[in-house]
Ligand binder design. Structure first.
Ligand SMILES: *Cc1c(COP(=O)(O)O)cnc(C)c1O
Length: 357
């Protein structure tokens, strides 16, 4: 049976991306060697990382005073690398979910953290508005897509201080005005590739302003100076990212992605609203186009397990909601085809017919 992969991360990749990666694992570009067994400093791998950086720049229209880095440690390591490299006294954070909370916890080890607004009062089901960013903060940190709670910031904020964004789960899902950010980072495993590589887009003028000693591996300048090759980079995950970006470019880039993502999310949100058994959790103006969270209506709470079993029998995988929200979460990243969204909708309608009381 066909599987419809709604997993939140690691998550769906385009079939041709997986196939092309499998091919390169056996033989990279016909050189007779696997991408896994060649030197990262040889010309064959250098070409891979160069093209990946180039496609980042091209697809996101990244200005020339920014660097594109591929690091280890996940987005979670960035939670500490950002304050380590940028915070002197104080930083501002927007608290919109579990990942933002983790970033805040790390920052507190380096100085004063000003949480300018939080949606914790409603279990993070909305994006706060009307907050003030302090002028004296060293930077302002946001999480653009809250993977667990299904809310998303769909605009590029104007910030009076350097803006830092965790875009782990919505990178490449829409055009981004990179020039408004000082740092954009994320783990690859939501919208770009397999787990194991973290991308960092960083403007060069924000570094060198803190006095503390920064360990070599945690200093962005190390990786900038060495083109992400100070140590061995995650070669195979980078290769898969390259295949994803080639695929993305072929489809028409981030504008086309955004259009497709809106269409898919609209279809699913409409069905959740229409269906008498389900309701969404996120507030309408804050809803994520990537992670669509929904729960059973009050009167149908007893059917939660049954729906999960039924959906699984129809080939849906990864739709169980995160334990902190409950219910269901359909992650509809770039690589998720519309047909799978339609298949989920059909499943919900069939379940409603059999169970509406
Ligand atoms: C998944 C996720 C992370 C954590 O990424 P790791 O690479 O596992 O450290 C951080 N932020 C957001 C928004 C995420 O979705």
């Amino acid at each position: 049976m066909k599987k419809h992969n709604f997993s939140a991360g690691p998550s769906i990749l385009a079939k041709e991306v997986i196939e092309n990666t499998a091919r390169a694992v056996l033989d990279l570009n016909g050189i007779g060697l696997s991408v896994m067994e060649i030197s990262h400093r040889g010309k064959d791998f250098q070409a891979v990382i160069d093209e990946t950086v180039e496609l980042f720049r091209e697809l996101l229209d990244i200005p020339s005073n920014y660097h594109v880095l591929f690091l280890g440690g996940g987005a979670s390591l960035q939670f500490c690398m950002v304050p380590f490299n940028l915070m002197n006294k104080k930083a501002a954070y927007l608290e919109t979910g579990s990942w933002a909370k983790k970033a805040i916890k790390e920052a507190k080890g380096f100085g004063e953290v000003d949480v300018v607004a939080s949606s914790a009062d409603k279990n993070f089901n909305y994006i706060p508005k009307g907050f003030t960013i302090p002028q004296d903060a060293d930077y302002f940190h946001i999480t653009t897509n809250n993977t667990i709670f299904g809310t998303e910031i769909l605009e590029d904020y104007d910030s009076p201080v350097p803006l830092v964004a965790d875009m782990s789960s919505d990178m490449f899902s829409r055009p981004v005005d990179v020039s408004k950010y000082a740092i954009i980072y994320g783990g690859a495993q939501k919208n770009l590739g397999p787990a194991g590589v973290t991308f960092v887009i960083i403007r060069d003028d924000i570094l060198g302003k803190v006095d503390r000693h920064i360990p070599t591996m945690l200093d962005y300048r190390t990786h900038i100076e060495n083109g992400s090759m100070f140590n061995t980079p995650p070669c195979l995950p980078i290769y898969t990212c390259l295949e994803t970006l080639r695929w993305l470019k072929k489809l028409g880039g981030v504008e086309v992605m955004q259009k497709m993502n809106k269409e898919k999310a609209d279809l699913l949100y409409k069905e959740i609203e229409r269906n008498s058994l389900f309701r969404t959790t996120a507030e309408k103006d804050s809803r994520s186009l990537m992670n669509i969270c929904f729960v059973m209506e009050e009167a149908y709470q007893d059917l939660e397990k049954d729906f999960l079993t039924f959906a699984t029998s129809k080939g849906m995988t990864g739709i169980k909601g995160h334990r902190s929200v409950g219910g269901f979460r359909a992650s509809v990243y770039n690589a998720m085809p519309k047909e799978s969204v339609v298949a989920l909708i059909d499943t919900m309608q069939e379940f409603e017919k059999a169970n509406a009381r």
